[in-house]
Design a protein around this ligand. Sequence first.
Ligand code: AMP
Ligand code: TRP
Length: 354
Amino acid sequence: MSSFEPLVFSGVQPTGNLTLGNYLGAIRKFVALQDTHNCIYCVVDLHALTINPSPQDLIDGRRAIAAAFLASGIDPVKHIVFNQAAVFQHSELAWVFNCIARMGWLNRMTQFKEKAGKDRENASVGLFAYPNLMAADILVYRATHVPVGDDQKQHLELTRDIAQKFNWDYRERTKALDLGVPMEIGDETIDGYFPITEPLIEGPATRIMSLRDGTKKMSKSDPSDLSRINLTDTADDIAKKIRKAKTDPEPLPGDTSGFQGRPEAENLVNIYAALSETSNDAVLQEFGGQQFSVFKPALAELAVEKLAPIADEMRRLMADPGHIDAVLATGGERASALAEKTMVDVRRLVGLTV
Ligand code: AMP
Ligand code: TRP
């Protein structure tokens, strides 16, 4: 029972090249949701600071993600496209959430453990608090739906925990100021301020794997460029990477039960299904029993057909950085106005203003 207006929010970090995983797991869903929802899409440059990019890399990366959004078909007029740093309210709400979230909650985050590695003492405080800023990104708009890939599931659970604790801690003042929406927590109905956000993680492309190792996520930061398809790869690069993708000597199975112990085969079929917007079953009906020497060229052709127009449009947009900056600036102004409305309430709720 929620009376929050449906609103979609998601973000992508401007670190390195966008991959086919980002496109299929996230950006393509962003595009589809525009038909049914109001959407806000953000280049999360503050999050990128956690890996200490050079200033120029951050500037270039921000433009590249914005260009990828636009080239993929996100409409910055009907919806909002902006960069996180342009709206200081994200940082302000993140501080409030730093004081809501518990160390124990953040200590459980697997992404922090992976990124910090063995030397945790030397990891930045920003990397540790990263999920609180992500919760602030979403909740500063009181967004109800967040499309992401599978790797972000745990961060979205944390976002829900933060909203839930904030709602509970400030329930009386929320009621007194008449700012809340009735919601159930356990057996009680309270007036809560923040929605309990729904993750949108579904379809065949929630986790695209590396082309070199079917047990590892395809990632911008993998040292091997052969492990991923970048959105800006040329047709020749794409064909080469698919040709060199790791496989096994068996033909493709007749149905999905045959993927047991064959993560690379499953991944390539997943990619084909996602790109052609069908299911794995449908792909196996067509290619089951065939060798990779037949399947790989078909996959390469499909990938080039879908990605080349986006890459071309990205290159065209990147040639005019002033235009991209102007689109982001306009989006930033519109986002700021919405975020400030929330922060006026939040400052009153917590007692930072009267
Ligand atoms: P990031 O590059 O970490 O900012 O991720 C941006 C979006 O892409 C997030 O929603 C991720 O969950 C999604 N994503 C990243 N890598 C993959 C992948 N290999 N498969 C599916 N989704 C992904
Ligand atoms: N943490 C996300 C990632 O690495 C990026 C992100 C930041 C995000 N803020 C967000 C995604 C808010 C969705 C909503 O992919």
